[in-house]
Design a protein. Structure first.
Length: 138
């Protein structure tokens, strides 16, 4: 599998607007995109530092994945996302190496990326996301 870089770090937050104030006002980063991903029941805000992005995730439904995460664990780091050049191939390779997949087939995520998640029970407790940008091959 060919991981090229950390695509983003996903951070679950209770209030996107308040969290944006921290990242912009205190850390001096600039929010460049806010987007709702309806099928994931989440609203996202993106910041970039170097080549890496920070994705803030606010649940739009308490029963969505981020709502459940915050209810169980509170706000904080939700996942680590890696950019891959061949998402389906990376999923196949991970599964062949004994990694439990949440997504065996890529799906659409924020920023138009194809995404898939690996289960944290087989990745040392870290929810891991693979991302592929089919529109902007690196």
């Amino acid at each position: 599998m060919n991981l090229t870089h950390i695509e983003h770090i996903g951070i679950a937050v209770n209030n996107l607007e308040e969290s944006i104030k921290y990242y912009e006002g205190i850390l001096g980063l600039k929010c460049y995109s806010i987007e709702e991903v309806k099928d994931q029941k989440v609203k996202t805000a993106f910041f970039k530092i170097g080549q890496t992005k920070i994705e803030l995730l606010e649940s739009t439904d308490p029963e969505g994945p981020i709502g459940k995460f915050i209810e169980k664990k509170g706000e904080g780091i939700h996942h680590l996302a890696f950019h891959v050049e061949n998402l389906q191939g990376a999923l196949k390779e991970a599964e062949e190496k004994g990694i439990r997949l949440i997504d065996s087939v890529p799906r659409k995520g924020a920023e138009g990326l194809n995404i898939a998640f690996l289960h944290p029970k087989s990745t040392n407790g870290v929810l891991t996301e693979f991302c592929e940008d089919l529109n902007n091959k690196e």
